[in-house]
Design a protein. Structure first.
Length: 460
RNA sequence: GUGGUUUUAGCUCAGUCGGUUAGAGCGCCUGAUUGUGGUUCAGGAGGUCGUGGGUUCGAGCCCCAUAUUCCACCCCA
């Protein structure tokens, strides 16, 4: 057998025991909050039919879907002429029928449609699973990463949006983040803006351009707008909108003036106002300072129709750590009309990177084995087995050193694994029934019976 | 998809102008100490220099291709 050098697939990672403890801390914290708000967990398969996924994420997104090659002689269905032409886009449907899921929202929509008769609406579900994107990796961007999604379908009330703001607040605060911003915008406001400059058909180009304000500045945005088919006259109207200053409430007032001729735009403003009203009511009447209207926020996915969210941390340079919004007709694509949905997502991998950089993981999240029983010889091993069971029955994480190695090595092992206690069983101990319990932190030792050790470790 | 960057011991990294046997720190193993770790001391093992070609008397170093890392763009969590 040839010796293949082991390596990881680009953009993927192994997770060590310590990393898993930390990742689970993030997942558990988020899941706990989801449950508190009435969401129930589901899972869907890693693979979906390719047709289920294509066309849902725009052209850019479709390119990033990982396709799975058909099993068997996958070229047999490709005609010789197609093969000769070697046009990937036309051969693809013949050789690939399945794909890895690209996000959790579309599979969820598929789930809702398939299970509509068993579901009682409104349906509130959360889902924590990996997704795959054939993106080029960089900071905070992986090809396999976890999303933590919560969505509700079959409920139009804006209270849902407000509750999602609450979920973001609570989960991120519980994770120890102090300074983050929940940005809110509304697709209808963006539509209204496009409407008043008479370029409704260019709304996507408009949002993509103004979304970059932070990054490339006003001149950059204007350049991009011109490139994308906007005139100087359009930009004169757009400019004051893009540069809106002031508090969220002041921005809303100004927008009402600007968008007074756009019914859609005014409806968007009203929606944002209502959401903020609910948020304040849920927050004991106070407006949350870190929740703000950001008119330049335009999330890429095509299916959002109402409110959109994005969460950024201000403590670390990192892309958004969460996002979401309302999509009025997601299940319509699968033939179930008239169901409105709202959802949010936490980017667990990015949150991990942020917590690591800010050193926010609790020290206690590194708990493992509580006590190691040393192993001197076969006789001591036999003696140790009932004690091992007794410790475990008492809920104490215990392990027996698997071979009779030098004590130095066994203690070194305990040290490496940060096991706080070691029980030494030698001939003296077996004879007297008083075992030596060594505390690895201070090095102290005491002689105790097996029962005394169990009760001591239970409380400490 | 576009542009740049990285790759040398288990890990982090040196390696001069292309020139003999490729180095350091940490880690690992052994011993000092046959039942006492995290400290110390002594010794030891460990490398196809990412991979495949090429130039050269000679390549870790130069050229080409490719993979990979990280970064930016596009897009996104």
């Amino acid at each position: 057998m040839s010796n293949i050098k082991p390596s990881l697939v680009k953009g993927t990672r192994d997770f060590s025991p310590l990393e898993m403890v930390r990742r689970n801390y993030i997942f558990d914290t988020i899941k706990t909050v989801f449950r508190k708000y009435g969401y129930a967990e589901i899972q869907t398969p890693s693979m979906e039919n390719l047709a289920t996924l294509t066309g849902k994420y725009g052209d850019e997104g479709d390119k990033l879907i990982f396709k799975i090659l058909n099993s068997g002689d996958y070229l047999s269905k490709v005609g010789p002429q197609l093969l000769a032409e070697a046009r990937s886009s036309e051969i693809l449907p013949a050789i690939s029928e399945k794909a890895l899921r690209y996000d959790l929202t579309v599979p969820f929509a598929r789930y809702v449609v398939m299970h509509q008769n068993e579901i009682s609406f409104p349906f509130k579900r959360f889902q924590v699973q990996p997704v795959w994107r054939a993106d080029r990796p960089q900071k905070g961007r992986y090809r396999e990463f976890y999303q933590c999604d919560a969505d509700v379908v079959g409920s139009d009330t804006l209270l849902n949006e407000a509750e999602f703001v609450g979920i973001y607040q609570e989960a991120l605060t519980n994770l120890g983040l102090k300074d983050f911003t929940i940005k809110i915008n509304n697709r209808k406001i963006l539509s209204g803006i496009a409407e008043i400059i008479g370029k409704s058909e260019l709304i996507v180009d408009m949002t993509v351009a103004i979304d970059k304000l932070d990054k490339i500045g006003l001149d950059g945005v204007i350049g991009e707008l011109l490139e994308r088919g906007f005139t100087d006259a359009d930009i004169d109207i757009l400019k004051p909108v893009i540069l809106l200053k002031g508090t969220t409430l002041e921005k809303l007032e100004s927008l009402k003036q600007i968008l007074k001729t756009s019914e859609t735009g005014l409806r968007g403003i009203a929606e944002v106002e209502k959401v903020l009203e609910y948020v304040a009511a849920l927050n004991g009447g106070r407006q949350a300072g870190n929740t703000e209207l950001d008119i330049t926020l335009a999330r890429g996915l095509n299916y959002y129709t109402g409110c959109i969210f994005e969460v950024k941390t201000n403590e670390v340079a990192m892309g958004s750590i969460g996002g979401g919004g309302r999509y009025d007709d997601l299940t319509g694509m699968f033939g179930l009309k008239g169901l409105s949905g709202v959802g949010i997502s936490f980017g667990a991998d990015r949150i991990y990177d942020v917590l690591l950089e800010l050193d926010l993981f609790p020290a206690s999240s590194a708990v493992g084995t509580k006590v190691l029983i040393s192993n001197f010889d076969e006789k001591a091993e036999q003696y140790a087995l009932p004690l091992l069971s007794g410790l475990r029955d008492g809920g104490i994480a215990a392990e027996l050193y698997p071979v009779a190695a030098k004590l130095k090595k066994q203690l070194g092992y305990a040290d490496d694994k940060r096991i706080p206690y070691v029980i030494l069983i030698g001939s003296d101990e077996m004879e007297s029934g008083k075992l030596t319990l060594k505390n690895m932190q201070d090095g102290g030792q005491e002689r105790l019976s097996a029962a005394e050790i169990i009760s001591k470790l239970k409380i400490s």
